[in-house]
Structures are given as structure tokens and as C-alpha cells.
Design a protein around this ligand. Structure first.
Ligand code: 9MR
Length: 381
């Protein structure tokens, strides 16, 4: 008990050192000390938290999470295979801890995700013989899941990525098991059940490569159909798994404008900037697109050259300039991970590489990209 108390006090003091934690901005003569403080009047600043941030995290990491971010997303722990691995088994332990942590840190939680083709057990789609089930059975299982998961966190969560990655890049529907069983109707049902389970939660459609115009058009079409059916949908998430040079700021801006013009909020939901070679020009986050790791594909295992660090920081600066320009349209900008060592991009599209995607390094110290983003705000303050 004493150890726990000491730990809590230390984390609290650490967080105080990072920032005074005010979301209301700061006195005019004070420079903001954290991302959440600097951007408090613009949009929420988020991060994804995994098991290691929740359970095996250092005091320094806990303090950083508390000080820097105003919203957190569960990276994996609320996905179907984790939270509901068997028909009548729910694992609420870790998600409950995340909600408690966020509440202690005065942070919002954005739920991820209620209907996704990936990280979802086969039993959802199959009968006992392994054949695909009929539409009514799928909908009953989805409703049971969404009622239990979104219902449990009702009122404690800002919103949900209700449907994730239902589109191909050309704007057509992904041929997922959801789609094979129910066609596009599964999307409408997911929004209907989510709105019923948590009437005040913000409901989003979320996807990667949203800079591809045919894809953003598809997402806007989905959201418009949901709305035209009299169902609720608040926004569209652009994941933001991007590289140093691609996609262009212009394309990202066009997508932000398209979503906004159609009447939906925009969120940047999974931001990271890959600095490693991409010989096959793989973009987005399609887990099955991968290639083998080798020395050529992993050139910065012993450290990042300054020129690449500079380019990475400049890219973040350009992106945040764009986000600030459209702050009236953007509700949330979430980094996909806390620090470089935590990022999924160390293992995709090639396993075991050393990537440098985020704005905190492996020692949890702020990188040049962090300084650039902070300076942007102090310049405009
Ligand atoms: O970051 C997540 C990683 O830990 C998982 O191994 C991976 C498995 O699919 O999912 C990652 O998160 C994904 C997110 O849930 C949806 N968009 C793409 C993200 C990166 O794959």
C-alpha cells in the first residue's frame, strides 16, 4: 500500500514537472509546457496506450502521458479479439484500468473499435461447422457485443471508432466477412447499435490512406448514407500513417475539406511519420502488405542521422500548420503511440526494424519534431 502511495505521489509530482496540466491555456506571459496545454484551444491531443503503457510503464512514461495528452485511445485492448474473445467471455480488466487512468489524468478516452475485419475472432462470422452465418445472426451478435462494450463505458467515453477500415482505396467496399454476410448494411447496424448503447458518444467512421481521394469520397458516401437513414454519425477519422514525403499536404487538405463540407467533424486518429526506406511504396496500414527485413531496409538501427531527424521534424511542422489552419474542422489529433520504441511501425511493413515515427524518443525525451510543434504554438500565441 505504501509503495502504491509513493508511486502515485511520484507520478503526480512528475506530471507537475512536465506541466501544470491546465487545459484552459496559461497566463499570457507563460510559455506552454506540454502539447495538451499548447493546443488546448485548438483540438485535443491524443496518444494510443497499450498494455505496456498501462501495466509495465515507468514513472517517467506515466508522467509524460499525463502531462502531454488530453485524450487517449486503447491501441488494442478494446478490439473484439481482446475484449470479447469467446462468445460469452469479456475481458474488461485492462480497458477498465485505461478508463481509470484517463480519469485520474483528466483525459478523455476515445474507444477503438466496434466493427473491424481485423483482430476479430472467426466465431463472430461462423457457425459450429465453420460456415458463414446469416445476416440476422450476425446482427444479433454485433448488437450483443456493442451493447456490452459501448454500454459498459457509456458516459465515460468521448466517442467510438464505430466502423474501422471498411473500404478499399478505390472507394469500393472491402470484401470482409462482415461485408460477405451482410453487405453495407453491417455498417448501418453498427452505428444504430452504438448510438443506442451510448447516446452521447461521438460516433466516427475511421480509415487509413484517407489522402487517396477515391477513398475519402467513399468514406463521405458511407457517412452520408448513415445520416440519410436517420442514424447518427459525427465524424470521419483520417488515421494518418504517413511518410516524410508522401502524401502531399495538398491532398491531406483536400480530404479535410471534403469531410467538413459534407457536414462531418474531422479527426486525425493514428498519426505517425515513417522515416524508413519503403522500397515497395507501401502506404496506409494494410497488415498483409509486408516485406522482409534486412540491413538495407533497416539503415538507422544504431541511430538516426541528423538530416533525417530534421526532415521528420519539418514534416510534423507542416502537418501541424495545416491542422491549425483547419482547427475549426478538426476535433482531435492523436499520435499512434507514446514514443518511438512503442510504435507498431517498428514491425510493419517489415518486422524488427528501428523506426523513429513519433515526437518522443526511446528515452521518452522530446524530439526536434516536438520542439517544432511547440514552437508553432508559441509563435502564434
Ligand atoms: O498498433 C496496433 C498494433 O499493436 C497491432 O499489432 C495491429 C494489429 O492489426 O494494430 C495496430 O493498430 C492498427 C489500428 O488498430 C487500426 N489502424 C491501423 C493500425 C496499425 O496497424
Amino acid at each position: 500500500m505504501k509503495m502504491i502511495k509513493t508511486y502515485i505521489v511520484t507520478v503526480f509530482l512528475g506530471a507537475l514537472m512536465w506541466s501544470c496540466q491546465s487545459d484552459q491555456g496559461q497566463h499570457e506571459d507563460e510559455t506552454p509546457q506540454s502539447l495538451r496545454e499548447a493546443y488546448a484551444d485548438d483540438f485535443l491531443i491524443g496518444t494510443a496506450l497499450g498494455y505496456s503503457q498501462l501495466i509495465a510503464s515507468s514513472e517517467k512514461e506515466q508522467a509524460l502521458i499525463a502531462a502531454q495528452f488530453s485524450v487517449v485511445t486503447p491501441e488494442n485492448m478494446m478490439k473484439w479479439e481482446r475484449i470479447h474473445p469467446e462468445p460469452y467471455t469479456f475481458n474488461f480488466g485492462l480497458p477498465d484500468s485505461l478508463i481509470e487512468l484517463a480519469s485520474r489524468n483528466n483525459q478523455k478516452v476515445f474507444g477503438h473499435t466496434l466493427a473491424w475485419h481485423s483482430q476479430t475472432p472467426d466465431w463472430l462470422f461462423e457457425d459450429s461447422l465453420g460456415n458463414l452465418i446469416d445476416t440476422a445472426t450476425l446482427f444479433a451478435r454485433m448488437e450483443h457485443h456493442i451493447n456490452n462494450v459501448a454500454g459498459r463505458y457509456k458516459g465515460k467515453i468521448l466517442g467510438w471508432d464505430v466502423v474501422n477500415e471498411a473500404l478499399n482505396n478505390d472507394g469500393s467496399y472491402r470484401n470482409s466477412k462482415y461485408y460477405q454476410i451482410a453487405g453495407e448494411e453491417f455498417i448501418f447496424k453498427a452505428f444504430e447499435y452504438a448510438a443506442k448503447a451510448d447516446p452521447n458518444a461521438e460516433l466516427y467512421y475511421n480509415d487509413y490512406s484517407m489522402n487517396v481521394q477515391s477513398k475519402v469520397d467513399g468514406a463521405v458516401e458511407i457517412a452520408t448514407k448513415v445520416r440519410d437513414k436517420g442514424l447518427r454519425i459525427d465524424g470521419i477519422g483520417m488515421q494518418g500513417h504517413w511518410g516524410i514525403d508522401r502524401p502531399s499536404i495538398d491532398l491531406i487538405e483536400q480530404s479535410i475539406l471534403k469531410i467538413h463540407d459534407a457536414g462531418f467533424k474531422v479527426a486525425i486518429t493514428e498519426l505517425d511519420i515513417d522515416v524508413l526506406p519503403n522500397p515497395y511504396r507501401i502506404e496506409g496500414a494494410n497488415i498483409s502488405d509486408s516485406f522482409e527485413n534486412n540491413a538495407e531496409a533497416n539503415p538507422y538501427a544504431d541511430g538516426l542521422p541528423d538530416s533525417v531527424n530534421q526532415a521528420h521534424a519539418q514534416r510534423y511542422e507542416e502537418l501541424f500548420k495545416l491542422f491549425l489552419k483547419h482547427k475549426d474542422k478538426i476535433d482531435r489529433v492523436t499520435f499512434w503511440g507514446v514514443h518511438d520504441g512503442h510504435s507498431w511501425k517498428n514491425d510493419w511493413p517489415a518486422r524488427g526494424r528501428t523506426n523513429y515515427c513519433l515526437v518522443f524518443d526511446r528515452n521518452l525525451d522530446p524530439k526536434l519534431a516536438y520542439d517544432k510543434i511547440m514552437t508553432l504554438k508559441s509563435e502564434t500565441h
